[in-house]
Design a protein around this ligand. Sequence first.
Ligand SMILES: Cc1cc2nc3c(=O)[nH]c(=O)nc-3n(C[C@H](O)[C@H](O)[C@H](O)COP(=O)(O)OP(=O)(O)OC[C@H]3O[C@@H](n4cnc5c(N)ncnc54)[C@H](O)[C@@H]3O)c2cc1C
Length: 460
Amino acid sequence: MNQNFRGTGMLDDHSYDFGRAKKQEPKTVICPTSIDAIKEALRGPEADIAIRGRAHCTGGQSLTAGGTVIDMKRYSKIGEITEREGIGHIVEVQAGASWKDVFNYCLGRGLIPPVYADWLDLTVGGTVSTGGVGQCSFKKGLQADNVIALEVVTGMGEVLYCDGDENQFLFNLVRGGLGQYGVISRAWVKLETAPKMVAVHKLLYTDLHQYLAAQTKLTEFEKIDGIQSHIVVSEKEELRRRMATDLPEDIYNALTERLYIVEVMQYSCESSDDFMRFLDENLDIQPRYTHSYEMDFWQHANRVPPLLEHPLEQGAPKHHHCCFFIGASRASELLAYVFSQTGHEQAMGKGTILVVPLKRSLIKAPYIVLPGEEDQFFVGILRRHLEPCEFNELIRLNESTYQKILEQGGAIYPVGSGGFLEDPVFWRRHYGNMYKEIVEGKMKYDLRLSPNVNLIARKK
Ligand SMILES: Cc1cc2nc3c(=O)[nH]c(=O)nc-3n(C[C@H](O)[C@H](O)[C@H](O)COP(=O)(O)OP(=O)(O)OC[C@H]3O[C@@H](n4cnc5c(N)ncnc54)[C@H](O)[C@@H]3O)c2cc1C
């Protein structure tokens, strides 16, 4: 049965994204529950159609002024887990499903997706359309690398199955494609055996160079399954929260301006001692600056991540995220530039910086633009301001950071805020010699989707 929602009652919710900085009111909101309803929505009369997972982008990527929003959240059934030769277990899901639902459904059967975000409320279609960085990415690539096939309703209203062999061009375009070529309606996601418990190790650094070098070194140690890290302002309470413990008093007394906290996860708690030995032999950190504990895996994966605990307590601030990939050899210079832009409070509000190490060779989705270096970092500058804040000033900060990223050979992860989204000149530079394939893809599959991302100058 077609249970489309059409009307004005939901429009307010769909006029904002997580950033809450830009308001664009759509004319129509459609929440399809069938493939026919998605097809029908795409054949509708509106000039602009935006696709929405749960709108976690902060720059209006899933908004439209006066057009149609296709809200995928009700297209969210989770299908059978099957086994495929040469691949192992896979789960078939409708793309509006949240990772939380997929994760917990599979975990109940002893399996998990190889890569998952720290915040599981993102949707499958949403993160496949951006890339999907997780703490396991340094070992297993992005979420977009861990779907083996997709079903897409193209902007022309055609339903196509695609994978590495069949409709390969479409399969490549939509992974990291920001909803530019069609609606991802179904995904077949790889699975692996889930652990029951995890060992968590928190490492506190006070020096930027040591902190970055430590993460790259950690990626070499086989018995680690997850690495992510945060840069936060030096505050006793914040540090206690991030380290999940009290530290010796003299550490609090000697805090530097910023703190760098690495979180390491091991699926095998028996390997904890090996990890401590690795630390001792390879990394310059005293045990007093570390904290290790074991935790039930479900609880660990479903916790409100340290990055969000604080914001959720504080109501609904505005976010102006600036996210990018940067080669390991350039990261400390770039981050030093970010720190120098303005005082932490002024530039970041109560936000933090998320850093995740990656390996270039493990990221296979070809149209996700990355720096050339094998060792690199995903960096999310998660500016977060309680009102009132100077919106234009923060956007200006993002813009100047983007310039610096490009000068340093980095690449923008286009989920944040900034004028670049609507600038085809930016996109031509972003894709470089792949740009002509992007234009070809747009011409072939769609010319009106996701209007705030202006890849090929279709708007004035
Ligand atoms: C709290 C928070 C945590 C985050 N954590 C991570 C993280 O761990 N890893 C990471 O990589 N990013 C993360 N992000 C960044 C990014 O915003 C999300 O990856 C992305 O936006 C997915 O969220 P969503 O499912 O709500 O999709 P949306 O934000 O709604 O959509 C993302 C893009 O994909 C398009 N889209 C959505 N669904 C579909 C579909 N079915 N078919 C085609 N196109 C579609 C939209 O038009 C938009 O361009 C996070 C953002 C926030 C605010």
